[in-house]
Design a binder for this molecule. Structure first.
Ligand code: NAD
Length: 287
């Protein structure tokens, strides 16, 4: 499959990530179908699409003409079968559960062509975990977007042991065609690239607080003023969710027994409902 042959994209899972990936693809002029196992979410996606596109016109980011064209390319499918039939690329963005994804890929295999590229947006599950579910696993890879996917430019194309270079090239080309700056991750590794860097910085920042070296505020100042980070690690944690940072360390602890720096601190904040902006308090207060 070459990028010039791309005519139809299916995005399965219309939650936080899937709907944004689908609309972003449609904005760049590719026919895109989004589908979800939960029919109740379909009208919600429709309303969200309308509100988002209207907002882009009001902010002068898209013209009325561009919005009209986007709407022609953005389709909310009534079934997964409708979405994936004859798709050249399927992007899976369903719930982060290995068994449910395996079942999904096994069913998908029966519905798509043998050359349809199949990508998973999973942050932690590798495409190689699904290689037994599909014929021709050379067309299987991770295509990892970042939230909010309509805004964030990075995609990580993660090559599994079974992924062909052609599939990687196709996903790099697809990313560029839809306004992204992709990187090629040449091996499956836990957390890929960006989330590993994020965690390494957060890990060090939490260690410094635990050791009583500095306050979160001072560490953020150091990162922002000394390293030119747009946002210090604690402000960023409040934005992405202290709960998610805790879950990450808990996952490592549950799987390996290793308690990383900040585990107890994050556990306390998690149990006190101090999850960041979403609960009004995290490392900072948000009145
Ligand atoms: P979400 O819970 O918001 O959405 C998941 C959607 O999948 C739901 O609408 C659900 O109804 C649907 N779904 C569940 N099982 C299904 C099935 N069998 N078939 C079809 N639809 C099904 O989740 P999300 O945050 O959008 O995450 C989706 C994927 O994206 C996960 O694999 C996650 O690791 C990955 N991801 C998430 C983020 C993030 O910041 N949330 C960032 C990058 C990648």
């Amino acid at each position: 499959m070459k990028i010039n042959d791309l005519k139809k994209v299916a995005v399965i899972g219309g939650g936080l990530m899937g709907r944004q990936i689908a609309l972003n693809t449609a904005i760049y002029g590719v026919d895109t179908y989004v589908a979800d196992a939960n029919p109740e979410i379909l009208p919600v996606i429709k309303e969200w699409e309308e509100t988002y596109l209207e907002g882009r016109i009001n902010k002068g980011k898209l013209t009325a003409e561009q919005v009209a064209t986007t709407k022609q390319h953005f389709h909310i499918a009534n079934s997964i079968e409708e979405a994936v039939t004859d798709a050249d690329l399927v992007i899976e963005a369903i719930i982060e559960n290995k068994e449910i994804k395996q079942e999904f890929f096994t069913n998908l295999n029966k519905l798509v062509r043998k050359d349809t590229i199949i990508a998973t947006n999973s942050s932690f599950l590798y495409s190689s975990m699904f290689e037994d579910c599909v014929d021709n696993p050379t067309r299987l890879a991770n295509l990892h977007f970042f939230n909010p996917a309509l805004v964030m430019k990075l995609t990580e194309v993660v090559q599994g042991p079974q992924t062909s270079d052609e599939t990687v090239q196709f996903l790099l080309d697809f990313s560029r065609k839809t306004g992204k700056d992709p990187v090629w991750v040449k091996k499956e590794i836990e957390g890929f690239i960006a989330n590993r860097i994020l965690r390494a910085v957060a890990n060090e920042a939490l260690y410094l607080v635990e050791e009583g070296v500095a306050t979160p505020e001072e560490i953020d100042i150091a990162a922002e003023k000394g390293l030119n980070y747009p946002m210090g690690p604690f402000k960023l944690m409040d934005l992405t969710g202290v709960d998610l940072s805790y879950f990450n360390l808990k996952r490592v602890y549950d799987e390996t027994g290793e308690k990383r720096a900040g585990f107890d601190l994050l556990k306390k904040k998690y149990e006190a409902n101090e999850w960041g902006r979403k609960t009004g308090k995290g490392w900072y207060e948000y009145p």
